[in-house]
Design a protein around this ligand. Structure first.
Ligand code: AGP
Length: 606
């Protein structure tokens, strides 16, 4: 999704903006641009990557303040004209904007009626002209931005540069913006973690905030004009490295980081003696947990698949009803909220608009929401104020891998904690803890001996469609495998609980149709075998993910063995070969695996 990076200080702004924007690239974008103030404001923008935009920059731009943008098209096609920044008619006001201005058609029409020529098809450009019109009244940049935004309806993360004022005005409403405080310099980013390369002191803006930023000061106020306190937060050092290192792609790097990411996630959160989870951030005592009537889990994409595993584990271990909801549907389905129930929202980025809306809906109806979040200080984490950080470290690849594993691990620990406050025995708890502690090592063992992944790739790479089937805990794993392959290899995939196959999807099978079966050694294994037989009888080619030494491997055309694993923890192992199949298929087909087409890392629009 769109990204913003801004700088004001005493150094040359251009290299700093380029560096910041390069760090935003992983979010997905189609065009880029920067505006640098060096006397006048110069704008350089272009369809394509940051590196392509860089190639059109003159070598001698000297300005020490500027704003940059990576655009993911919403209003208007992918063209140079629609790329940000956008300038006012005189060029004295220049903006970059994330979000959507819902009443832009009216605003644009009104500007055109005033004789203003609009140079792009975007909703954002209107803001530049509106601010300039307001500035003519009193030459007060903050007041001009405030009055202009009071006429706008929609969402914004906005940065405004003024030719005649040494400051940047920023505003936030429904689209994240974080200010980084350096020594004699100030940074602005739509993505908090990118600031950690420049400073560890940040100021999170709230929805409805406006801030006036200079090299040495930050002044914060509300859209109405009330002044607000500037609270500086010190960023924790992230354990993960956001650089590629020896890997060719972030997706592969992050698949290989899973053992360490899991160690970070479970470290200090398991009480072996009592056989219990120890998730302090939940702020729930055992007696609170004992009274929970039901749990709802909400997320999108990979987070939703992790939530489905969490749901099954909560029911198994805690014996309370648990339900999973697609975040984008949740608030429109008029949910009935029980204030005693627990609601978990799961999100890697902590910025997903659909998930954030669900949080607000639950809170509005008096419900309590806990976040299961990766990015520390993200909007959803701050909105929930309670929950669990999954500590995956920075995840750069659009296709989520290590965050999935850590979401599952965090939800497993939660299920254990509620379970122990109710019916789960200490011995069972200890057994699960032992199993969890083995997982990082087991994934390492598997990654050293991945099995015939490339044979699986040969079967799927030219397929019209690929089925992913599993039962029980493996049904959401099948969905996750399908999502990964679709995202990066652009192959249509269908994921079903294996028993559902015969109720319709089996009609699609032809001679040679590839099916990936996820069959760990659990209580539903034999049931899945029936679906394998039914599929083979119709000519399907079977790729089997199974535990080593299991004679079920006789059933597969391609057999990929994972180490033996506790049956409740199998998703943490079975997902890894699926991630590898997706990665290698995309590479074999020549796709940009870290930046798949049309996708964005963090989806900040509804
Ligand atoms: C995962 O591979 C996807 N890129 C996507 O489905 C993602 O999981 C979803 O958009 C939710 O993102 P979040 O975890 O940051 O909320």
């Amino acid at each position: 999704m769109c990204g913003i990076f801004g700088y004001i200080g005493s150094k040359r702004a251009t290299p700093i903006l380029i560096d910041g924007m390069r760090r935003l690239e992983y979010r997905g974008y189609d065009s880029t641009g920067i505006a640098i103030k060096d006397g006048d404001i110069s704008i350089f923008k272009k369809v394509g990557k940051v590196s392509e935009m860089r190639s059109i920059l003159p070598l001698n731009i000297q300005g020490t303040s500027g704003i940059g943008h990576t655009r993911w098209a919403t209003h208007g096609g992918v063209t140079d004209a629609n790329a940000h920044p956008h300038a006012s008619a005189s060029g004295d006001v220049v903006i970059v904007h994330n979000g959507i201005i819902n009443n832009s058609r009216l605003l644009r029409a009104s500007l055109m009626a005033q004789g203003i020529e609009l140079k792009s098809e975007t909703d954002s450009e209107a803001l530049a002209h509106m601010i300039e019109i307001e500035l003519a009244i009193d030459d007060d940049p903050e007041a001009a931005v405030r009055r202009a935004l009071q006429k706008a309806v929609g969402t914004w993360g906005l940065c405004v540069l003024f030719k005649n004022h040494d400051l940047i005005v920023v505003a936030r409403n429904g689209s994240p913006l974080v200010i980084g405080k350096g020594d004699g310099e100030t940074f602005i980013s739509s993505d908090g973690p990118t600031l950690s390369e420049f400073t560890d002191r940040v100021v999170y803006l709230e929805d409805g905030d406006i801030a006036v930023v200079t090299a040495t000061s930050i002044k914060r106020s509300s859209l109405k004009g009330d002044s607000k306190k500037v609270e500086v937060t010190v960023l924790e050092k992230s354990w993960g490295e956001a650089e590629l290192g020896a890997y060719e792609h972030f997706m592969l790097k992050e698949i290989h980081e899973q053992p360490d990411a899991l160690r970070h996630c479970i470290s200090g959160r398991l009480d072996r003696v009592r056989g219990n989870g120890r998730l302090g951030g939940l702020r729930l005592s055992p007696s609170d947990l004992a009274k929970v009537p039901h749990v709802r889990l909400i997320g999108c994409g990979t987070a939703l698949n992790a939530a489905e595993i969490g749901q099954l584990l909560i029911e198994k271990l805690a014996r309370i009803p648990a339900v999973t909801h697609i975040a984008s549907e949740f608030r429109y389905n008029e949910p009935v909220i029980n204030p005693n129930a627990l609601h978990f929202v799961i999100s890697q980025s902590g910025e997903t608009a659909d998930t954030l809306s669900a949080v607000k809906e639950i809170q509005l109806k008096g419900g309590q929401v806990h976040g299961v979040i990766n990015v520390v200080g993200s909007t959803i984490a701050r909105q929930c104020r309670q929950g669990v950080y999954i500590h995956s470290g920075p995840e750069q690849s659009v296709a989520s891998t290590k965050a999935f594993s850590n979401m599952v691990a965090a939800l497993t620990m939660f299920a254990l904690q509620v379970g122990r406050s109710r019916s789960t025995s200490k011995e069972r708890g200890q057994e699960i803890i032992h199993g969890l502690q083995q997982i990082p090592h087991l994934i390492e063992e598997y990654l050293e001996n991945q099995g015939p992944i490339m044979e699986a790739v040969e079967l799927v790479k030219n397929a019209k469609s690929v089925f992913f089937l599993g039962r029980g805990l493996s049904a959401p794993v099948a969905k996750e495998g399908a999502l990964k392959l679709m995202e990066v290899a652009y192959i249509p995939c269908l994921a079903y609980p294996a028993g559902e196959m015969k109720h319709g999807p089996i009609a699609l099978l032809e001679e040679g149709s590839p099916i990936i079966f996820i069959v760990p050694n659990d209580h539903v294994k034999e049931k899945t075998v029936s679906a394998i037989h039914e599929s083979k009888a119709r000519g399907a080619k079977i790729i089997l993910i199974h535990e080593e030494g299991d004679d079920i491997s006789l059933e597969g055309d391609v057999n990929i063995a994972i180490p033996k694993v506790h049956s409740l923890l199998s998703p943490l192992l079975t997902v890894v070969p699926l991630q590898l199949i997706a990665y290698h298929t995309a590479i074999t087909l020549g796709h940009d695996v870290d930046r798949p087409r049309n996708l964005a890392k963090s989806v900040t629009v509804e």
